[in-house]
Design a protein around this ligand. Structure first.
Ligand code: URA
Length: 297
């Protein structure tokens, strides 16, 4: 009895530390295994992971080649999760499965972009996630919201913002007369970071060409970044959300015909922890409503 209580306590400790995903069928004693080298393809540690400088967003300059992610570590893979076959347009393009820019650029519809992401091998999060979380709502929407990354609920259901934060986001949208039939919602990362840890700069760089292409394809009248990670990444700013919220920027990328008015709002997860900020969030939502009404159809 005492022994199983100890095991439960150990498991709880591991989950709290973020180790909440089993990525192999058989346990592996990492202490007994030889130390992986930077070039060991079996290493779970991607060379340079977590230290890659933040990518330059399209809003400033076209994405540089340097933002192309390194080949991912070959992980053990998830049993029962079949790798999606490479889409035809991708094979025709002769692109390599780790080249996010080539894959994203070759996609000319949301379905093609989703297929390209499924085939993409440049982000190791894919191997610990249960589902790809692509987007939700109306692809013809005039307003597009971009959050940070899927959490546990989103990972389980394969849809963005469906957990506690998502419910608050829905209520915020409802307050200005919007719902998922007239908005499109996605995230900077398309797979959940294990234990909801912060995205690394390498993961953001790997997914950036896809989110940029998704914005081009949805082509909204107004773009809203939900939280600091999305705002900093897409606006190319080093300031946090405290300084970026309440201001309007022009978001542009290489294949867009016109700049899109873009702003940042507090993340609903932050508002749940800091309800006093809801008053500020309400001001920001009203500004978004006004901008949407003033934007050409
Ligand atoms: N937080 C996010 O940023 N995105 C989600 O999809 C859920 C929670």
């Amino acid at each position: 009895m005492a022994e199983s209580a100890d095991k439960l306590a150990l498991l709880r400790w591991q989950i709290e530390a973020g180790a909440d995903e089993a990525i192999g069928e058989t346990p592996l004693d990492r202490f007994a295994a030889p130390a992986p080298t930077a070039h060991d393809p079996g290493s779970p540690v991607k060379p340079g992971a977590g230290v890659t400088p933040l990518p330059t967003p399209s809003s400033v300059t076209p994405p540089p080649e340097a933002a192309t992610p390194a080949a991912p570590a070959a992980g053990p893979g998830r049993k029962g999760v079949e790798e999606a076959p490479a889409p035809d347009f991708f094979i025709d393009a002769g692109a390599d499965k780790t080249n996010a820019h080539a894959l994203a650029a070759a996609a000319n519809s949301l379905d093609e972009l989703r297929a390209a992401l499924s085939a993409f091998e440049g982000c190791a999060l894919k191997h610990t996630a249960t589902n790809l979380v692509f987007g939700d709502g109306n692809p013809e929407a005039r307003i597009m919201l971009v959050g940070e990354a899927p959490g546990a609920d989103e990972d389980r259901l394969g849809r963005p913002f469906v957990g506690v934060s998502g419910r608050l986001l829905d209520a915020m949208l409802a307050a200005i007369g919007l719902d998922r039939s007239c908005v499109y919602i996605t995230n900077i990362l398309f797979w959940r970071p294990p234990g909801n840890r912060n995205p690394t700069a390498g993961e953001v760089a790997a997914c950036l060409p896809f989110i940029e292409r998704l914005i081009e394809l949805v082509d909204p009248a107004v773009l809203v970044m939900v939280g600091g990670t999305a705002a900093k990444t897409l606006l190319g700013q080093s300031d946090g959300i405290m300084k970026l919220r309440g201001r309007w920027f022009n978001y542009e990328s290489a294949r867009m015909t016109r700049p899109i008015p873009a702003t940042g709002i507090f993340h609903p997860a932050y508002l749940l922890r800091s309800p006093a900020q809801k008053r500020t969030a309400w001001t920001d939502l009203l500004a978004i409503k006004r901008k949407l009404e003033a934007s050409p159809e």
